[in-house]
Structure formats: C-alpha cells, structure tokens
Design a binder for this molecule. Structure first.
Ligand SMILES: Cc1cc2nc3c(=O)[nH]c(=O)nc-3n(C[C@H](O)[C@H](O)[C@H](O)COP(=O)(O)O)c2cc1C
Length: 377
C-alpha cells in the first residue's frame, strides 16, 4: 500500500475496484447532492488557531465515550451494504475497530448479521436501528442486539421516508444485484470483485433475511423494506424503544434546535448530529454548521456525537473543538473497505491517527480532551 497518504487515495482505489453501482451507492447524496457537498466543504469555513512555544513532546488521543474508554476520539457510522463492497465487509470493519479500540455502529441494513459480527469479535459494537413499522421485527432485533452484547443502541430518526439518490435508480442498485443487462455489464467489468464475492454466501441483508415471515428472497426483502420506513414516526416511538432497550440510547439525525429541546427531556444518553451524510434532506444545513449551532443547547447529561463530511484528522480536531465528544465517519471507512478489505479500513484509521496527532500538536495542544472553542478562530 505504497503512496496511500490520504483518504482520497483509498477512494480512488475503491472506485477502480468496485462495480459502478456499489461505488456510486457510497459516493452519492440525495437529489442535487448539495448537502452532501456542503458537509465536506463547510469544514473549510472553520479555522484552527496555531499556537507555538508550547511543550508538545507527548500527546493523548484517548476519549471516554458513554462511560467506556476508547483509544481514539472517533469511530465508524452505521452504513448499509458494507458486505457488498468486500466479502463479509461488516465483520472486517468490526475487527479493524476492535483492534484499534474505537466504536463501530453496525447498521440494520448490513449484509452480515448482528450474530455473525458478534461471533467474530469480542469488543462490543453498537447497533443502529431504523424506525420500522413492523413492531415484532423491532422488538425481536432489540433482543438480538442485547443478546449479542451490543453496547449502545443508535436510533436513526432522519429516515421516516426515503429520499431519492438518482445514481442508485439509474444503476438499478440492489443486494445482491438483480441480473439485468445493465447490472451484468457493470459486474463483468470487475472480475476480481466477482471472484472475491464468490468466497462468501453473505450477499443480502443478514439482519432481515430469515427474521421476517415470508421474507426469504431478494424481491420479498426489497418489497418488505420499502414498506417499513415509518412516515408516522413520532417521539412516542423513541419512548417505546427506551422501554425495550436497557443500555445507552442514542438518537441519530438531530440537526435542529427544536428537536434538541425535545431530546433534552428524554431518557437518552447521546445524540448524533447528522444529516445522514447528505443522503436525506437535500438543501438542509451541513452537519458541521449544525454542530456549531447546537453545541450549547444540549443538556450536559447527553453526549454530543457528530458525523458528516469528516475526511481528515483536521476535520476531527475542528468537530472536537466545537464540542462533539465523539466523531463518526461513514464514507472514509467504506472507501478503505472497497479498496483493500480489513487492511484498507486499518489504513484509514492509521491515516486519521497521524493527521489528528499532527494537527493537535501544531495547534499547540497535547490532549484531545482539552480542545474547545478556544482552539478555533
Ligand atoms: C453508503 C452509506 C450507507 C448508509 N447507511 C446507513 C444506515 O444503514 N443507517 C444509518 O443510520 N445511516 C446510514 N448512512 C449514514 C451514515 O451513518 C452517516 O450518517 C454518514 O455516512 C456520515 O457522513 P460521511 O459519510 O460524510 O462520514 C449511510 C451512509 C452511507 C454513505
């Protein structure tokens, strides 16, 4: 892996390796993709103070998150279909996170199931749940997450309906791919990917397949999932989930002060300030601008987490300085996974550690826990 210096290098390799439909699935936002772009670009509006003449001969990157000590102040966001980028993708990501002692949030829409990931790892991962209409499925998957010793439950609130990603529709995306002419043409151009994917039988949504009556093949899974996102979502749903899940509960997809006010009065332990990586409400605020607005509005008993647009260690320093306790990322680790599997994810972590450490020290700080607004202009 020579000359892989930044996340973008892994992105380019993933683009070369993956069938177009799976690369585009990752590198896309909804509609005009304006929020997707703003998430990355708005980081440039925030400037770090350069302080000199300080003793920076050591540094501390550890962070205590939800009462648990992690080696680094960042982790990986829940992303569907990781297992289509590389065989058994989610297991590999969980292993890389375990080795580096950072949090990994497994998605409801993962290819490998909760049980498969739990079997291959020892460090408890977190589990992300979509708000779904099928209450039996939800009750059951919460029990499964608890049995698998998941540490925290992350409830995603910004997907009560699905926004459109033009690329996915044009590419006829599904997992596993439907055998249309368009798909066959995309797949045969990537024989190495095809060959690798033959090594696993995990090629569909492992958390769902076999766990819902009558859902046992691709067409029934697509039909069931499409009908599941709950447009009738209300805050009562959160209270219902609270009663079912005994561990730390985190709400993902909070962007607005009005929702923070409501969340402040709930029995939750954290929020993730997020716009789903620009994949839902196109035209809304970038995540980093939302963090700026909200940092002083969240009750002190609720931990603030953040995702959206983080592509480097300097972005991590900025988001920590703005008050986030833990920084999460989606696409960076998916690019690593698509490029080289587990080794690629490990490379992402290695790059981020180096960038984070250098940025921290050149800002005149030695401990990520000391970063605050004072470190920014
Ligand atoms: C390919 C892809 C799939 C995603 N799937 C999910 C998901 O299943 N559940 C969820 O809550 N968020 C999902 N997200 C959103 C991420 O959890 C996260 O909010 C977003 O990726 C952060 O932005 P970033 O990719 O710029 O870091 C997905 C994002 C991507 C890129």
């Amino acid at each position: 892996m020579k000359k892989i210096l930044e996340i973008n290098d892994l992105k380019m390799i993933a683009k070369k390796n993956l069938p177009k439909m799976f690369y585009d699935y990752v590198d896309s936002g909804s509609y005009t993709e304006s929020t997707y772009r703003d998430n990355e670009n708005d980081f440039n509006k925030i400037k770090i103070r350069q302080r000199v003449g300080r003793d920076i001969s050591s540094s501390k990157l550890e962070k205590t998150i939800l009462g648990k000590k992690y080696k680094l102040p960042f982790g990986f966001s829940p992303c569907g279909m990781g297992g289509m980028l590389y065989p058994d993708g989610e297991i590999l990501v969980a292993k890389a996170c375990e080795e580096n002692n950072i949090p990994y949030i497994l998605s409801t829409m993962s290819i490998c199931s909760i049980e498969q990931v739990a079997k291959e790892t020892n460090n408890p991962f977190w589990f992300q749940l979509y708000v779904m209409k099928d209450k039996n499925f939800v009750e059951n998957i919460i029990i499964r997450a608890s049995d698998a010793k998941c540490y925290a439950l992350v409830l995603t609130l910004d997907l009560p309906i699905l926004a459109q990603r033009h690329k996915d529709i044009r590419n006829e995306l599904s997992a596993p791919p439907r055998l249309t002419l368009n798909n066959i043409l995309q797949i045969i151009q990537k024989p190495k990917w095809c060959f690798k994917m033959l090594s696993t039988s995990n090629r569909s949504f492992g958390n769902i397949l076999g766990h819902v009556k009558g859902v046992d093949d691709l067409s029934s899974i697509v039909k069931w999932t499409d009908g599941q996102f709950d447009a009738g979502l209300s805050w009562d749903y959160v209270k219902w989930i609270r009663r079912l899940w005994k561990g730390p509960l985190i709400l993902k997809g909070i962007l607005d002060e009005g929702d923070v006010k409501i969340a402040n009065n709930l029995d939750i332990q954290g929020i993730i300030i997020s716009n789903h990586g620009g994949r839902q409400l196109d035209g809304t605020l970038s995540s980093i601008m939302a963090l700026k607005n909200l940092k002083n509005k969240v009750n002190s008993n609720i931990e603030i987490f953040f995702d959206g647009g983080v592509r480097s260690g300097k972005d991590i320093v900025k988001a920590l300085s703005l008050g986030a306790k833990g920084i999460f990322m989606g696409r960076p680790y998916l690019y690593g996974l698509g490029a080289f599997g587990q080794k690629g994810v490990e490379k992402v972590i290695e790059i981020l550690i180096k960038e984070l450490n250098t940025t921290l020290l050149l800002a005149g700080e030695t401990d990520v826990n000391n970063l605050d607004q004072d470190n920014l202009y």
